[in-house]
Write a protein that binds this ligand. Sequence first.
Ligand code: SF4
Length: 497
Amino acid sequence: MNHLTTETFDANARAALQDVQLRGALRQATSLFGKRRLAAAQSLPDWEELRTQARRIKDETLLHLDQYLEEFTANAESAGARIHWARDAAEANEIVKRLARERAARLVVKSKSMTTEEIHLNAALEAEGIEALETDLGEYIIQLAGETPSHIIAPAIHKTRHQIAALFVEKLGIAPTDDIPTLTITARRVLREKFGAADIGVSGVNFGVAETGTILILENEGNIRLTTSLPKTHIAVMGIEKVIPRFADLEVFLKLLPRSGTGQHLTAYQSLITGTKRGRDGEGPDELHIILLDNGRSRMLAHPTTRQSLACIRCGACLNACPVYQQIGGHAYGSVYPGPIGAVITPQLIGLNKAAKLPYASSLCGACREVCPVKIDIPDLLLHLRAQITEPQKAEGSKQKASGSRAESFSFKLWAAIMTRPRCYEFSGKLGHLLQRFVVRQNRIDEVGRFVSWVAPPLAAWTASRDLRPIESKSFRRQWRESRSSTVTEEAAETRP
Ligand code: SF4
């Protein structure tokens, strides 16, 4: 599973489409999340206004990100936290490893964090001989299975109950059962012992408040509370885009994020952490280290179109709504970030040349834009990235190699020329009707009508997975003209004295 990469997306997707169990698990989970999201959104009459407000806050923050990061740093440090800056994944991992080495750490407990997945922190720690244990149930399951998450908020979404039961029997040595309470109690028993023994707790961050230096982490299982408070040292890895200006802004995001993600009105736990333990009898860790990670985010920030990618609050709603994700799941994307937002972020993080297939993993239906709580125009971003792939010489500042062909570029120019000239368009329809007999290899007729089910290469790729309508002898425009003129004639006949 882990050998899947962004470069093998087509093959990954084809393999996923053959996996009946995977598709069943995805269908069930994504439709459930979708229904819950809708019901939760409808429970708030000002939902649309909240989305607009959230986007306004994000846009304002991103425009002045340097100032808000400085404010966040000053306030977090004055509350006792220590801020570290990491340009990329390697620097971030190096900081965590150094902190671990200095404390002679052997065991690190981790709460679910896409940012630490992005930098592959577990592998970096394991290379140092430090055990990194995931404590979110979904993350724990996929860690046991040796896999990567396949969803932003539900890492084990692709697994059925029976698969998880078999995994627990194999890895934890329990008696065979697929009783969910028994499985969760088993995981809890194993994890509770580790919290007490851990030297360091590592978490992600949902929001960092510039005004107070507070970090907010949301969860449902209580494992983040334990990760961030039981070990003496807490390290939080935070993408620089997670900062928001004011404490009051949290009200907007706390209404949007849980509703969009799981359909909950609020997550079971909201951990607001400002600095370290106050006094001997206070709560929390002795040390709090916050790593502010860039890792390509400044590049996204520089362009007005790609900047909106940084408004993402990682709710996962666009994944659940996406007809492509619903069929192939997250692993096929070969990236930590799957689905529509992954198809946008991944090429910007790792380079278009390595992830040129991902912006095409979308039908541009717009379902992702409809559900996004911060109104990110993902289809627009996908088109922007596609343009960079096909016309690299026009892409501002891009030195990435083009993977689109000249033939493709020529075809689209020809297409645009025909579509913008009504006479040309009509003539092309007539010509297509006459010429189609030379490429059509097979027809099919059903109750809906006639379809072309197989055409000759190079067009065969289209009919390999879908049918085409044949080009009719009379175009729609001609039929429309004829029906208009017959209506006018009938009306004239009726009004004649
Ligand atoms: S792009 Fe929007 S819908 Fe998708 S994960 Fe980000 S915030 Fe959620």
